[in-house]
Design a protein around this ligand. Structure first.
Ligand code: ZN
Ligand code: ZN
Ligand code: ZN
Ligand code: ZN
Length: 385
Protein backbone atom coordinates (compact mmCIF):
# COMPACT_ATOMS: atom_id res chain seq x y z
CA UNK A 1 0.00 0.00 0.00
CA UNK A 2 2.67 2.38 1.16
CA UNK A 3 5.06 1.39 -1.60
CA UNK A 4 2.33 1.80 -4.21
CA UNK A 5 1.76 5.34 -2.96
CA UNK A 6 5.47 6.03 -3.14
CA UNK A 7 5.58 4.69 -6.64
CA UNK A 8 2.68 6.88 -7.67
CA UNK A 9 4.27 9.88 -5.98
CA UNK A 10 7.60 9.43 -7.75
CA UNK A 11 6.00 8.84 -11.13
CA UNK A 12 3.97 12.01 -10.65
CA UNK A 13 7.13 13.88 -9.73
CA UNK A 14 8.92 12.64 -12.83
CA UNK A 15 5.91 13.46 -14.95
CA UNK A 16 5.79 16.92 -13.49
CA UNK A 17 9.45 17.43 -14.22
CA UNK A 18 8.73 16.94 -17.89
CA UNK A 19 5.49 18.88 -17.72
CA UNK A 20 4.63 22.52 -17.13
CA UNK A 21 7.51 24.99 -17.37
CA UNK A 22 7.54 28.56 -18.56
CA UNK A 23 10.83 30.25 -19.32
CA UNK A 24 10.61 33.74 -17.85
CA UNK A 25 12.15 32.63 -14.53
CA UNK A 26 14.57 29.69 -14.28
CA UNK A 27 13.62 27.32 -11.48
CA UNK A 28 15.82 25.75 -8.86
CA UNK A 29 16.16 22.08 -9.77
CA UNK A 30 15.74 20.75 -6.21
CA UNK A 31 12.66 22.87 -5.76
CA UNK A 32 11.46 21.64 -9.11
CA UNK A 33 11.80 18.02 -8.04
CA UNK A 34 9.94 18.39 -4.77
CA UNK A 35 7.42 21.10 -5.41
CA UNK A 36 6.82 21.64 -9.04
CA UNK A 37 3.33 21.02 -10.18
CA UNK A 38 3.08 23.41 -13.06
CA UNK A 39 5.84 25.31 -14.78
CA UNK A 40 5.85 27.11 -18.05
CA UNK A 41 8.62 26.10 -20.41
CA UNK A 42 9.30 29.60 -21.66
CA UNK A 43 9.98 31.68 -18.55
CA UNK A 44 10.39 28.86 -16.00
CA UNK A 45 7.89 30.46 -13.68
CA UNK A 46 6.43 27.78 -11.48
CA UNK A 47 2.80 27.38 -10.51
CA UNK A 48 1.12 25.10 -8.05
CA UNK A 49 -2.09 25.09 -10.03
CA UNK A 50 -2.48 24.63 -13.75
CA UNK A 51 -5.06 27.41 -13.94
CA UNK A 52 -2.45 29.88 -12.70
CA UNK A 53 -0.06 28.80 -15.39
CA UNK A 54 -2.82 29.28 -17.96
CA UNK A 55 -3.49 32.76 -16.55
CA UNK A 56 0.20 33.54 -16.86
CA UNK A 57 0.33 32.33 -20.46
CA UNK A 58 -2.76 34.39 -21.35
CA UNK A 59 -1.06 37.61 -20.28
CA UNK A 60 2.65 36.95 -20.90
CA UNK A 61 2.56 36.92 -24.75
CA UNK A 62 5.58 34.64 -24.88
CA UNK A 63 6.73 33.99 -28.43
CA UNK A 64 9.70 33.05 -30.58
CA UNK A 65 10.28 36.80 -31.03
CA UNK A 66 11.23 37.49 -27.41
CA UNK A 67 14.92 37.98 -26.55
CA UNK A 68 16.00 34.55 -25.29
CA UNK A 69 18.96 33.44 -23.16
CA UNK A 70 21.38 31.47 -25.35
CA UNK A 71 22.25 29.23 -22.39
CA UNK A 72 19.06 28.27 -20.52
CA UNK A 73 16.53 29.43 -23.19
CA UNK A 74 14.67 31.68 -20.76
CA UNK A 75 12.40 34.16 -22.56
CA UNK A 76 12.76 37.83 -21.61
CA UNK A 77 10.50 40.75 -22.27
CA UNK A 78 13.36 43.01 -23.33
CA UNK A 79 17.10 42.98 -24.00
CA UNK A 80 17.50 44.88 -20.76
CA UNK A 81 15.98 42.04 -18.73
CA UNK A 82 18.09 39.54 -20.69
CA UNK A 83 21.13 41.68 -19.83
CA UNK A 84 20.15 41.55 -16.14
CA UNK A 85 19.79 37.78 -16.42
CA UNK A 86 23.25 37.38 -18.01
CA UNK A 87 25.33 40.18 -16.53
CA UNK A 88 23.67 41.41 -13.36
CA UNK A 89 23.07 42.85 -10.83
CA UNK A 90 21.29 39.54 -10.08
CA UNK A 91 22.37 37.19 -12.87
CA UNK A 92 21.70 33.47 -13.13
CA UNK A 93 25.14 32.10 -12.23
CA UNK A 94 25.38 29.25 -14.79
CA UNK A 95 24.33 31.58 -17.60
CA UNK A 96 26.63 34.34 -16.39
CA UNK A 97 29.74 32.16 -16.28
CA UNK A 98 29.18 30.86 -19.81
CA UNK A 99 28.33 34.34 -21.05
CA UNK A 100 31.61 35.64 -19.60
CA UNK A 101 33.53 33.22 -21.82
CA UNK A 102 31.50 33.18 -25.04
CA UNK A 103 28.85 35.93 -24.85
CA UNK A 104 28.75 39.06 -27.02
CA UNK A 105 28.26 42.08 -24.77
CA UNK A 106 26.48 44.03 -27.54
CA UNK A 107 23.88 41.65 -29.00
CA UNK A 108 24.02 39.20 -26.02
CA UNK A 109 24.39 36.17 -28.31
CA UNK A 110 26.35 33.13 -27.08
CA UNK A 111 29.01 32.08 -29.60
CA UNK A 112 30.48 28.60 -30.09
CA UNK A 113 33.98 29.39 -28.82
CA UNK A 114 36.01 32.28 -27.40
CA UNK A 115 37.62 32.59 -30.86
CA UNK A 116 34.23 32.80 -32.60
CA UNK A 117 33.28 35.43 -30.05
CA UNK A 118 36.31 37.60 -30.88
CA UNK A 119 35.55 37.44 -34.61
CA UNK A 120 31.87 38.12 -34.01
CA UNK A 121 32.35 40.97 -31.56
CA UNK A 122 34.71 42.80 -33.90
CA UNK A 123 31.85 42.99 -36.38
CA UNK A 124 29.14 43.50 -33.81
CA UNK A 125 30.71 46.64 -32.31
CA UNK A 126 30.32 49.51 -34.74
CA UNK A 127 32.11 52.82 -34.83
CA UNK A 128 30.58 56.25 -35.10
CA UNK A 129 30.14 58.28 -38.27
CA UNK A 130 33.20 60.12 -39.49
CA UNK A 131 32.73 63.79 -38.73
CA UNK A 132 34.87 65.03 -41.62
CA UNK A 133 32.77 63.10 -44.12
CA UNK A 134 29.66 63.99 -42.18
CA UNK A 135 30.27 67.72 -42.46
CA UNK A 136 31.04 67.35 -46.16
CA UNK A 137 27.90 65.33 -46.82
CA UNK A 138 25.83 67.66 -44.73
CA UNK A 139 26.95 70.55 -46.88
CA UNK A 140 26.14 68.62 -50.03
CA UNK A 141 22.83 67.62 -48.53
CA UNK A 142 22.07 71.18 -47.68
CA UNK A 143 22.41 72.20 -51.28
CA UNK A 144 20.96 69.10 -52.94
CA UNK A 145 18.46 68.37 -50.23
CA UNK A 146 16.24 71.26 -51.18
CA UNK A 147 14.52 68.91 -53.56
CA UNK A 148 14.19 65.27 -52.67
CA UNK A 149 15.46 63.41 -55.70
CA UNK A 150 12.78 60.80 -56.10
CA UNK A 151 14.63 59.14 -58.96
CA UNK A 152 17.57 58.36 -56.74
CA UNK A 153 15.60 57.35 -53.70
CA UNK A 154 12.77 55.41 -55.27
CA UNK A 155 14.36 52.11 -54.33
CA UNK A 156 14.85 52.85 -50.66
CA UNK A 157 11.77 51.45 -49.05
CA UNK A 158 13.11 51.89 -45.51
CA UNK A 159 14.28 55.36 -44.45
CA UNK A 160 15.32 56.89 -41.14
CA UNK A 161 14.35 60.39 -40.09
CA UNK A 162 15.62 62.65 -37.31
CA UNK A 163 15.36 66.33 -36.56
CA UNK A 164 16.95 68.87 -34.20
CA UNK A 165 14.96 71.58 -32.56
CA UNK A 166 15.55 75.15 -31.43
CA UNK A 167 13.50 77.00 -28.80
CA UNK A 168 10.50 79.24 -29.33
CA UNK A 169 8.04 81.11 -27.12
CA UNK A 170 8.79 83.60 -24.37
CA UNK A 171 10.22 80.91 -22.07
CA UNK A 172 12.15 79.29 -24.98
CA UNK A 173 10.70 75.89 -24.17
CA UNK A 174 8.68 75.40 -27.35
CA UNK A 175 10.47 72.88 -29.61
CA UNK A 176 10.71 74.12 -33.17
CA UNK A 177 12.13 71.86 -35.88
CA UNK A 178 15.17 73.62 -37.35
CA UNK A 179 17.11 70.81 -39.00
CA UNK A 180 15.96 67.57 -40.53
CA UNK A 181 17.71 64.60 -42.07
CA UNK A 182 16.49 61.51 -43.91
CA UNK A 183 18.78 58.62 -44.89
CA UNK A 184 18.38 55.31 -46.67
CA UNK A 185 19.35 51.83 -45.45
CA UNK A 186 22.94 52.32 -46.63
CA UNK A 187 23.31 55.53 -44.62
CA UNK A 188 23.20 57.69 -47.77
CA UNK A 189 21.65 61.09 -47.21
CA UNK A 190 18.34 61.51 -49.01
CA UNK A 191 17.50 64.84 -47.45
CA UNK A 192 19.41 67.08 -45.08
CA UNK A 193 18.26 70.62 -44.56
CA UNK A 194 17.80 73.54 -42.23
CA UNK A 195 14.18 74.49 -41.66
CA UNK A 196 12.77 77.96 -41.11
CA UNK A 197 10.29 77.71 -38.22
CA UNK A 198 6.90 79.42 -38.61
CA UNK A 199 7.36 81.51 -35.43
CA UNK A 200 10.35 83.50 -34.13
CA UNK A 201 13.23 81.55 -32.57
CA UNK A 202 13.98 82.66 -29.01
CA UNK A 203 16.83 80.20 -28.34
CA UNK A 204 19.11 78.66 -30.93
CA UNK A 205 20.42 76.13 -28.38
CA UNK A 206 23.77 76.59 -30.08
CA UNK A 207 25.77 74.37 -27.70
CA UNK A 208 23.91 71.27 -28.90
CA UNK A 209 22.48 72.30 -32.28
CA UNK A 210 25.32 74.39 -33.71
CA UNK A 211 22.59 76.44 -35.40
CA UNK A 212 23.02 80.21 -35.88
CA UNK A 213 20.47 82.74 -37.16
CA UNK A 214 22.12 82.86 -40.60
CA UNK A 215 21.50 79.10 -41.07
CA UNK A 216 17.75 79.57 -40.81
CA UNK A 217 17.42 82.95 -42.52
CA UNK A 218 17.26 81.56 -46.06
CA UNK A 219 16.13 78.05 -45.18
CA UNK A 220 12.95 76.56 -46.62
CA UNK A 221 9.86 77.26 -44.55
CA UNK A 222 8.54 74.41 -42.43
CA UNK A 223 5.36 74.05 -44.48
CA UNK A 224 7.24 73.35 -47.72
CA UNK A 225 9.60 70.87 -46.08
CA UNK A 226 6.70 69.15 -44.40
CA UNK A 227 4.90 68.75 -47.74
CA UNK A 228 7.98 67.31 -49.41
CA UNK A 229 8.67 64.85 -46.62
CA UNK A 230 5.06 63.73 -46.58
CA UNK A 231 5.04 63.14 -50.35
CA UNK A 232 8.31 61.28 -50.06
CA UNK A 233 7.04 59.01 -47.28
CA UNK A 234 3.85 58.28 -49.18
CA UNK A 235 6.05 57.30 -52.14
CA UNK A 236 3.57 58.47 -54.77
CA UNK A 237 0.68 56.71 -53.07
CA UNK A 238 -2.50 58.69 -52.35
CA UNK A 239 -3.27 59.10 -48.62
CA UNK A 240 -6.55 57.16 -48.73
CA UNK A 241 -4.76 54.12 -50.11
CA UNK A 242 -2.19 54.22 -47.32
CA UNK A 243 -5.02 54.22 -44.80
CA UNK A 244 -6.02 50.81 -46.09
CA UNK A 245 -4.57 47.96 -44.01
CA UNK A 246 -1.72 46.97 -46.34
CA UNK A 247 -0.15 50.41 -46.41
CA UNK A 248 0.41 50.41 -50.18
CA UNK A 249 3.80 51.57 -51.40
CA UNK A 250 4.41 53.87 -48.43
CA UNK A 251 7.90 53.73 -47.02
CA UNK A 252 8.85 52.24 -43.70
CA UNK A 253 9.92 55.08 -41.44
CA UNK A 254 12.60 54.45 -38.80
CA UNK A 255 13.34 56.88 -35.99
CA UNK A 256 13.66 57.47 -32.26
CA UNK A 257 10.66 59.20 -30.69
CA UNK A 258 9.04 59.59 -34.11
CA UNK A 259 5.73 60.94 -32.85
CA UNK A 260 7.65 63.85 -31.32
CA UNK A 261 9.70 64.46 -34.49
CA UNK A 262 6.71 64.21 -36.83
CA UNK A 263 4.71 66.44 -34.54
CA UNK A 264 7.41 69.11 -34.65
CA UNK A 265 7.38 68.92 -38.44
CA UNK A 266 3.61 68.76 -38.65
CA UNK A 267 3.86 65.71 -40.89
CA UNK A 268 0.76 63.62 -41.00
CA UNK A 269 1.63 59.96 -41.07
CA UNK A 270 -1.54 57.89 -41.05
CA UNK A 271 -2.32 56.44 -37.61
CA UNK A 272 -3.01 52.99 -39.03
CA UNK A 273 0.55 52.85 -40.35
CA UNK A 274 1.94 54.16 -37.11
CA UNK A 275 0.27 51.32 -35.28
CA UNK A 276 0.99 48.45 -37.57
CA UNK A 277 3.03 48.74 -40.66
CA UNK A 278 5.37 51.48 -41.47
CA UNK A 279 6.59 53.05 -38.28
CA UNK A 280 9.63 51.56 -36.56
CA UNK A 281 10.41 53.55 -33.45
CA UNK A 282 13.45 52.51 -31.41
CA UNK A 283 11.99 54.42 -28.42
CA UNK A 284 8.78 52.36 -28.48
CA UNK A 285 9.96 48.92 -29.54
CA UNK A 286 9.39 46.60 -26.53
CA UNK A 287 12.66 44.61 -26.85
CA UNK A 288 14.63 47.88 -26.70
CA UNK A 289 12.70 49.41 -23.81
CA UNK A 290 13.53 49.38 -20.11
CA UNK A 291 12.21 46.69 -17.79
CA UNK A 292 10.06 49.48 -16.35
CA UNK A 293 8.53 49.87 -19.87
CA UNK A 294 9.98 53.37 -20.25
CA UNK A 295 11.97 54.35 -23.33
CA UNK A 296 15.74 54.26 -23.39
CA UNK A 297 17.59 57.26 -24.84
CA UNK A 298 19.08 56.88 -28.30
CA UNK A 299 22.47 57.66 -26.76
CA UNK A 300 22.12 54.74 -24.34
CA UNK A 301 20.88 52.30 -27.01
CA UNK A 302 23.74 53.22 -29.35
CA UNK A 303 26.33 52.80 -26.61
CA UNK A 304 24.88 49.53 -25.31
CA UNK A 305 23.84 47.71 -28.48
CA UNK A 306 26.09 49.20 -31.16
CA UNK A 307 29.14 49.96 -29.01
CA UNK A 308 29.88 53.61 -29.81
CA UNK A 309 29.13 57.07 -28.52
CA UNK A 310 26.81 59.70 -30.03
CA UNK A 311 25.41 63.14 -29.20
CA UNK A 312 28.55 64.67 -27.76
CA UNK A 313 28.74 68.42 -28.22
CA UNK A 314 27.07 69.73 -31.34
CA UNK A 315 24.57 67.20 -32.65
CA UNK A 316 23.79 66.47 -36.26
CA UNK A 317 20.50 64.73 -37.09
CA UNK A 318 22.46 62.57 -39.56
CA UNK A 319 24.19 60.89 -36.62
CA UNK A 320 20.82 60.08 -35.01
CA UNK A 321 19.50 58.76 -38.34
CA UNK A 322 22.48 56.43 -38.68
CA UNK A 323 22.16 55.14 -35.11
CA UNK A 324 18.42 54.44 -35.40
CA UNK A 325 18.84 52.80 -38.81
CA UNK A 326 21.59 50.54 -37.45
CA UNK A 327 19.46 49.57 -34.45
CA UNK A 328 16.53 48.87 -36.76
CA UNK A 329 18.63 46.69 -39.08
CA UNK A 330 20.07 44.78 -36.14
CA UNK A 331 16.55 44.03 -34.90
CA UNK A 332 15.35 43.15 -38.40
CA UNK A 333 18.21 40.67 -38.87
CA UNK A 334 17.25 38.66 -35.81
CA UNK A 335 16.62 35.09 -36.89
CA UNK A 336 13.35 33.85 -35.41
CA UNK A 337 11.48 30.73 -36.31
CA UNK A 338 8.53 31.47 -38.55
CA UNK A 339 5.10 31.28 -36.99
CA UNK A 340 2.27 30.33 -39.31
CA UNK A 341 -0.10 33.06 -38.20
CA UNK A 342 1.06 36.54 -37.36
CA UNK A 343 -1.53 37.55 -34.84
CA UNK A 344 0.74 40.25 -33.49
CA UNK A 345 -0.15 42.29 -36.55
CA UNK A 346 -3.86 41.63 -36.21
CA UNK A 347 -5.51 44.13 -33.86
CA UNK A 348 -8.67 42.03 -33.68
CA UNK A 349 -6.93 39.06 -32.15
CA UNK A 350 -3.90 40.13 -30.19
CA UNK A 351 -4.34 37.34 -27.70
CA UNK A 352 -4.50 33.95 -29.33
CA UNK A 353 -5.76 32.36 -26.12
CA UNK A 354 -9.14 34.03 -26.41
CA UNK A 355 -10.33 31.37 -28.84
CA UNK A 356 -9.68 28.52 -26.36
CA UNK A 357 -11.75 27.45 -23.38
CA UNK A 358 -10.10 27.44 -19.93
CA UNK A 359 -10.57 23.66 -19.58
CA UNK A 360 -8.92 23.00 -22.96
CA UNK A 361 -5.96 25.15 -22.02
CA UNK A 362 -5.55 23.46 -18.64
CA UNK A 363 -5.25 20.11 -20.41
CA UNK A 364 -2.51 21.41 -22.72
CA UNK A 365 1.18 20.92 -22.04
CA UNK A 366 3.26 24.09 -21.56
CA UNK A 367 4.88 23.35 -24.94
CA UNK A 368 1.49 23.31 -26.63
CA UNK A 369 0.53 26.55 -24.92
CA UNK A 370 3.78 28.17 -25.95
CA UNK A 371 3.17 27.04 -29.53
CA UNK A 372 -0.15 28.91 -29.70
CA UNK A 373 1.13 31.97 -27.80
CA UNK A 374 1.81 35.06 -29.92
CA UNK A 375 3.74 38.22 -29.19
CA UNK A 376 1.76 41.40 -28.56
CA UNK A 377 4.08 43.56 -30.65
CA UNK A 378 5.14 43.50 -34.27
CA UNK A 379 8.62 41.96 -34.41
CA UNK A 380 10.86 43.74 -36.90
CA UNK A 381 12.28 40.42 -38.12
CA UNK A 382 8.98 40.16 -40.02
CA UNK A 383 10.09 43.08 -42.23
CA UNK A 384 12.76 40.86 -43.76
CA UNK A 385 10.21 38.43 -45.18
ZN1 ZN B 1 6.41 32.89 -18.54
ZN1 ZN C 1 11.01 38.16 -34.61
ZN1 ZN D 1 19.90 31.84 -18.98
ZN1 ZN E 1 27.07 40.50 -31.00
Amino acid sequence: MESADNLRYSSISILHLKLPTCSCKPGDSLFVFIMVKNMTNSCFKQYNRMEHLVDHMRTSFHSVHEPTCGVCKKHCRSYESLREHLIGPLPKQECKSLFNIRGCRFCLAILDSPYALRVHQDRCQLSGVNYGILAHMANLGLRDGLTIDNGYSRGSQVVALACKTVGGGSDRSLDLCARVCIIDENENIIFHSYVKPPIPVTSYRYETTGIRPEHLRDALPLRQIQRRIQDFLCNGEPMWKIRSPKGGKARILVGHGLDHDLDKMQVEYPPVMIRLFAYRDTAKYPPLMKTSKLSNSLKYLTQTYLGYDIQNGIQDPYEDCVATMRLYLRMRRQVHRRQDSLLASDPQNRNNFSSWRQGELERMSPEEMLAISRSDYYCWCLDSA
